[in-house]
Design a protein around this ligand. Structure first.
Ligand code: HEM
Length: 217
């Protein structure tokens, strides 16, 4: 027998890093586009200063979050899962004709297969491409005297900008996906309050009640 309970699936730290990462990425995209020359809402110098400090803050946040992911075992949530084709089919078609979502959330599987793949790409490709090229950019003065520095700076700028646009695309799709819950704001509320309805087996419910490791309402 299982019961549907209101469970804290996103802990306080998880919500903190999620929202602070979101704010920092918006700031970085906005100031990065100014540096790139897409708009002139800020002066170039101010954009560079804000971009640099927001980037340093984001990299510190990523270090803490990687540590948190490994020490809490939450990294397992991001591993490849079966059933990705069913999830893609749901978002391409099933969602339009009112089919139920093919995946049920559990405490051990908070993300569906498509989400895990998207977040894994974010963490292993887009994120590292941004910080690696960003750090190379920041340290330009250390390698500007080499004969190859002009060509290298050009490559760094192209890769950084390409990764920034990949990040922008990720964010737009991510925001669209957040509106596809029971109501358009359901998933956003979950990431604010931490609570969502999750099917708990009798054993899980008893374990959580006994250990109080996760809050269940
Ligand atoms: C994660 C660490 C990051 C670091 C260390 C970093 C660092 C830098 C630096 C040093 C510059 C050049 C500033 C100058 O010209 O003096 C730059 C430019 C830029 N950054 Fe970042 N950045 C990071 C993340 C991001 C993110 C997350 C985005 C967007 C989502 C982004 C978008 C851009 C863009 C569009 C430019 C302009 C590129 C150009 O046209 O040359 N950056 N970044």
């Amino acid at each position: 027998m299982s019961t549907l309970r209101n469970v804290m699936i996103y802990s306080r730290y998880e919500r903190f890093w999620h929202w602070s990462q979101a704010v920092l990425i918006f700031i970085l995209f906005f100031t990065g586009l100014r540096i790139h020359g897409t708009h002139e809402i800020l002066t170039f110098g101010l954009a560079v200063t804000i971009h640099t400090w927001a980037a340093i803050t984001l990299m510190v946040l990523w270090v803490f979050t990687t540590f948190w992911n490994f020490t809490t075992g939450q990294w397992r949530q991001y591993l490849f899962k079966q059933g990705i084709v069913k999830v893609i089919r749901f978002y391409a078609w099933g969602i339009l004709v009112g089919e139920p979502h093919p995946y049920k959330k559990s405490l051990q599987r908070k993300q569906n297969a498509l989400q895990s793949l998207a977040y894994m790409t974010f963490m292993t490709l887009i994120g590292p491409a941004l910080w690696a090229t960003g750090i190379a950019y920041l340290l330009y003065n250390l390698w500007s005297h080499f004969a190859w520095s002009n060509e290298a700076l050009w490559i760094v700028a192209i890769l950084h900008t390409a990764a920034a646009f990949a990040m922008g695309t990720f964010v737009i799709i991510h925001i669209y996906m957040t509106t596809t819950g029971k109501t358009p704001l359901h998933y956003v509320k979950t990431m604010i309050t931490g609570y969502d309805k999750v099917e708990l087996s009798e054993v899980e419910a008893a374990y959580l009640a006994e250990t109080k490791s996760v809050d269940v309402q």
